[in-house]
Unconditional design. Structure first.
Ligand code: CTP
Length: 396
């Protein structure tokens, strides 16, 4: 994902410095080349060796180190960076940057870079609310510096409040959003994901094996590419994608309400959810006992949400999914036309590496004009990006 990208990670002296290690891991795992600069006080919290080992690059701590300056000095690092991240960033470093003070390797390099700078502050709540700090942050923002705000929590100093470093995964997502071209800016993308649950009584339900992974990958990719994304999701074990509005639902009827409410304001709708086609005709208020369990459960049809969207289509670009175990293309084409879709993503859920509960998928894309595009076995994140590419091409 981040191959060919160079990230310079600045780590400053706070107890959260150890979380910089986790962020480094996420960046290198995504393929980025990372160079770490530590302030002298950061080295009191975590050793440079940790960052050096994990980044596989020398860690810079001193500006006037002749050898490292000759090999890769501060100007060279500043020029090479596609993105600069400072995490954690203390009030001190933010104050220095806001006032043009460049007195160590980190502040000097940041001042010399033309790359975007993403700052993740971490400090005591009173420092964070101090008007001088606020002015410094504001000043940097007006000059285009980007911030990943801290969260509320128990702070290392014993106080409870705002000032805790954002989760490294969230900082990573913010970095991804900066490094990904914003070709979906201005789009409002509505995605559905996961299974629905149709309750029989308070402890039992009918559902399916959907994990939600495909829909979450689409929501995450669209958000990284600059869209405003709403994810209507059935119950899953997945973390909410950063920057995405989450609307949790349980049943097909709840999903229908949530989707219809947001349909008019959406420009793209992608229905990756595995909606249960039937629900029990009656839901018992109390748990059904063994003794009074009926021998058959009467089911009634759920509304076909996607068909309803297709029938009431305005300017939206409508994408459906077809999970099939036989006659894949024929069944998918029927759904594409029957539900008035612009694109359908067909997957043979019987194939190894495709469908429910795996990180990969093998899909075919069927377009309105009869074209069929066959994609090889791919990571769901990559499939998500191809779907979004085709959506943008189709929208023209
Ligand atoms: N879908 C929906 N509402 C339903 C059932 C399905 O919106 N009640 C959507 C799914 O989100 C998916 C598409 O319709 O995008 C196709 O779902 P799928 O289960 O493959 O097909 P069905 O239309 O339900 O047809 P069948 O069960 O006969 O294969």
């Amino acid at each position: 994902m981040l191959k060919d990208k160079v990230v310079v990670l600045g780590v400053t002296g706070g107890i959260a410095a150890y979380k910089g290690v986790e962020l480094l891991r996420l960046l290198t795992k995504a393929g980025a080349t990372v160079h770490v600069i530590m302030t002298r006080s950061a080295t009191e919290f975590v050793t440079p060796l940790t960052f050096q080992t994990l980044s596989m690059n020398p860690v810079h701590t001193e500006i006037f180190n002749l050898i490292s300056e000759q090999e890769i000095g501060h100007i060279s690092l500043a020029d090479r960076a596609d993105l600069f991240i400072i995490a954690p960033a203390t009030a001190n470093v933010i104050g220095k940057l806001a006032n043009g003070i460049a007195d160590d390797m980190l502040t000097t390099t940041v001042m010399a870079t033309k790359a975007p700078v993403l700052i993740a502050p971490a400090m005591n709540v009173n420092m964070y609310q101090n008007p001088i700090y606020r002015e410094n942050e504001e000043r940097l923002r007006t000059h285009g510096y980007l911030f990943v705000e801290p969260v509320r929590g128990m702070l290392a100093c014993g106080w409870e409040g705002e000032g805790k470093l954002q989760d490294p995964a969230a900082i990573f997502e913010a970095a991804m959003a900066v490094l990904t071209p914003n070709d979906l800016a201005g789009e409002c993308v509505l995605v559905t994901a996961g299974p629905t649950r149709e309750e029989l009584d308070p402890v039992r339900f009918i559902s399916n094996y959907s994990s939600g992974k495909m829909g979450y990958a689409i929501a995450r990719a669209a958000s990284r590419r600059g869209a405003r994304v709403t994810l209507v999701t059935g119950p899953t074990c997945l973390d909410a994608p950063w920057g995405v509005e989450i609307v949790p639902i349980t049943s097909a009827l709840e999903m229908r309400d949530a989707v219809l409410e947001r349909y008019a304001s959406s420009s793209v709708v992608i229905k990756a959810a595995a909606v249960a086609d039937y629900r029990p005709a009656r839901r018992a208020v109390d748990k059904v006992k063994k003794s009074d369990q009926p021998e058959t459960v009467e089911l009634v049809r759920n509304p076909d949400i996607l068909a309803e969207l297709g029938a009431n289509k305005g300017g939206q670009y409508l994408v459906g999914f077809a999970a099939e175990t036989e006659s894949l293309l024929e069944n998918a084409a029927k759904k594409l036309n029957g539900k008035n879709l612009d694109l359908i993503v067909a997957n043979d859920v019987g194939q190894t590496g495709a469908g429910f509960n795996v990180d990969t998928n093998i899909v075919r894309l069927l377009f309105r004009d009869g074209r069929v595009e066959e994609l090889p076995l791919m990571e769901k994140d990559d499939v998500a990006n191809v779907i979004l590419d085709r959506v943008m091409e189709g929208k023209g």
